[in-house]
Design a protein around this ligand. Structure first.
Ligand code: ARG
Ligand code: ZN
Ligand code: CA
Length: 232
């Protein structure tokens, strides 16, 4: 089994009627570039620079100007996704809107695609795209992180210090989410390794996030093959 070189991506830009959130084509393209770079290992150096093999290709940008959809995406999310979703399990649908002050993004998991195919996809706050106004989260790694969930990854702090953690062997255990960039933190003292604060599946600042591990890459490829890869 192998990772796909060009996952088709449709970006649905939901904006307010006064134009807020109507992110331009250029910033959408920059977001896809960040996504590709992240999955190719460009943000890390040395042996941390995992090339997952996944590649993403922007196929369409759709635009929707609607105040209720934009400002209350979360309460309308099932309706919005059912109306806008395109393609099959292999197509990455990304929705941008205003998710409120506490939420950067959320995603469905590969296991959900069979029962709710039209809900499949990732949602990110429009101001997290590269060059956005979300402080500390303006480099585009909210999308990197959510696509990790879309490909079957859990947070690095899943299950805390308890087995099976995040179900990935080469990410050290971590008791709770890390914020900011607490390099050297070690919250599971009985377990090997410092907390994976630079991992894309943590809660640290965008500038702190640099990589996935080979184990995470393998888990994503398995989920791709098991749930998303088109069968010939
Ligand atoms: N909290 C969100 C989630 O659990 C996203 C976190 C993204 N972090 C970031 N540095 N952009 O899916
Ligand atoms: Zn997450
Ligand atoms: Ca682990």
């Amino acid at each position: 089994i192998a990772p796909p070189q060009s996952v088709p991506v449709v970006v649905h830009v939901v904006s307010a009627e006064d134009g807020e959130g109507d992110v331009g084509r250029e910033r959408v393209e920059q977001q896809i570039q960040v996504l590709n770079d992240a999955y190719r290992g460009v943000y890390a150096s040395g042996e941390e620079a995992t090339d997952t093999g996944f590649g993403f290709e922007l196929t369409e940008v759709t635009r929707h100007s609607d105040d209720a959809w934009f400002h209350e995406f979360s309460s309308n999310r099932d309706t919005i996704r059912a109306e806008l979703h395109q393609g099959g399990p292999e197509t990455l649908n990304i929705y941008t809107a205003d998710l409120g002050s506490g939420v950067l993004g959320f995603s469905t998991f590969p296991q959900d695609v069979e029962s709710s195919p039209e809900q499949d996809g990732v949602v990110v706050s429009y101001d997290t795209l590269p060059g956005g106004s979300r402080e500390n989260f303006d480099l585009g790694h909210t999308t990197t992180h959510e696509v990790g969930h879309w490909l079957g990854l859990f947070h690095t702090f899943q299950n805390g210090c308890e087995s099976p953690g995040d179900y990935v062997d080469d990410t050290p255990y971590e008791r709770e989410a890390a914020n900011g960039c607490p390099v050297g933190r070690d919250t599971c003292t009985g377990r090997p390794g410092e907390d994976p604060v630079n991992n894309f599946m943590n809660y640290t600042d965008d500038a702190c996030m640099t990589h996935f591990t080979p184990g995470q890459a393998e888990r994503m490829v398995q989920h791709w093959a098991g749930f998303r890869e088109p069968r010939v």
